[in-house]
Design a protein around this ligand. Sequence first.
Ligand code: NOJ
Length: 700
Amino acid sequence: MVNEKLLKQAREIVKNMSLEEKIGQLVQYGKLKERQWDLVKKGQIGSFLNVSGAKNINELQREILNSDCKIPLIIGDDVIHGYKTIFPIPLALSCSFDLELIEETCAISSEEASSEGINMIFAPMIDIARDPRWGRVAEGAGEDPYLGSEIAKARVRGYQRNNWNDRPFVTACAKHYIAYGAAEGGRDYNGADVSERTIREVYLPPFKAAIEEGCGSIMCSFNDLNGEPLSGNEYMLRKVLRDELNFKGVVVSDWESVEELIDHGFAEDKKEAAYKGIKAGVDIDMNSGTYEENLYNLVKEGLVDEALIDEAAERIIALKLALNLFNISEIDEKLSEKVIRNKKYIDVALEAARKSIVLLKNDGILPLSKNIKSIALIGPLVDDKVNPLGCWACKGDPKNVVTVLEGIKSKLSEDVVINYSKGCEILEEIDGGIEEAKKVAEDSEVVVMVLGEAGNMSGENNNRAYLDIPKPQKRLLEEILKVNKRVVLVLMNGRPLTLEWEDKNLPAIVEAWHLGEQSGNAIADILFGDFNPSGKLTITFPRCVGQIPIYYNHKNTGRPTFKKYLDVEETPLYPFGYGLSYTKFEYFDLELSKEEIKLGEKIIAKAKIKNVGDREGEEIVQFYIRDISASITRPVKELKGFKKISLKPGEVKEVEFEIGEKELALLDKDYNFVVEPGTFKICIGPNSVEGLEKELKVVK
Ligand code: NOJ
């Protein structure tokens, strides 16, 4: 989005600005108090967040254009999975493996947000996350760098589609750079001690992808990385992000993270924090006031070179030029009425919700027949309009949420008796709740229990040490099972849960995540077979918390057959890539166009997939590679491609994947991307543990 031409133009603008005005560009506030208004009037502020409504934003833009400085404002907001039309949380939607759909949800979010004056969206969150205790797993695309990169690109494309001329464009702000997801113990904000190799192999690829897609801004993360918090980390921000990845856009700090360098023990006071922030290359200081209070003196005292301020201001102004803000900064205050929650967007929200659902277990009880006589709906999330919105629901209105009770009611004829009982709250028992619910369960042909987490049990700083279904709900489930064995468990949650007991004892488990406003309709469609489940997990479900970290693309040990734990199997409960359908797919005839190739050559791997069940269904075909021996040890499997196909009963399709340098290369000892001769295992299958395998030899 920001390019040399715009930077050159920005340079001319910056030349005519005072030092105070230039510093102002680097200042962002999330409040609108008298002090901030003063800055606006003096033209000494560059951006805001947390300001909403076209009217308020117009007022600010008008005021700044009346100042001497006349540089329009960037207005940021956290539009994580929808602005007013709320889609599934990003972790859920990643399970669709549907890049076009993901892109579309972001384009809609951007369209809605921009119609009310937002021009910087603090998303996508592209942190690779391998620890489900960390609440922010909900905001990303799971554990895999390849899938994470594809989704990062799709989201940036969507947010920055900008196919309008009646308002400013939108920039995405990919976050949180970097290794934020590696927080020790899954505790948000915690330091991450990560090797250079793991940073480059695991955490960096989605950022590289977002930059290649033209992402206009990047947010640096709160965490300490190997002793240097990101808001003052010169190596990661200047050497890696600017020099290596050639990022030309704007780096925004996280909320007050420049000032937080003090608490990290990385700066003595705000002055030193400002010094370290600007030296490291943080262009915008979000809300801490650290730059506003200190940069002027730092320059005047000769401690900070004014060229650093100029460079940051130029990037910010170049971004403003890219956003077309100099031509149009005000919004038609009626525009949002035409744009927001248009019927087509709600249809996309339903499609997204259906495709995010992952069927974890089914002994045949699902899909349910619509001709049943009675059904019990039990649990605190059955008729809940708030929690299905999930964390970071932006301006989503609970009134628009379709609950499971509503979704099921609208699907079944009036002859079916629907017995509803809440049973307990999400985290507390209700007096007499279990008894009432048991009665309801006893009297019904089948029971659907909707249990899980509140929306605010994941997201920022909402970490958990236990990953069970919260106690009162677990108790409710155990009690219901005593009176009726035909229990379908529907889970709403923002992270993997530990479900070993549930997996052993229940006939069916549906992972529905926090699906956004169309939750109830999507879940009803799945339960009654109007939509065949097709989602696959993008993050591993452990058996117990003690297995964490557990992810599919781990390295081997020298003793791979040795037992890893005395007290639990070493395998996950549900692996990466796993998910069931109401039909069955058979994989056969894996073929490589050549089984031996020379360095630099490309081949095709193909396999056939047949729908051997009796329903049409979609399958996410996954392609993995293992480099068996190399100069650097490689993971036991790495996803390198996937394709989503739809098959009618009995239909066969052939799926192809190209294998070349991109798929075979590794980062060598000097971090160069190279293909080494040797043997590779090629695998095409339905998830990360099953599938067809063939060997490929690469020779010099
Ligand atoms: C802190 C969060 O870490 C970040 O993701 C968010 O964009 C900012 N606050 C602004 O709300």
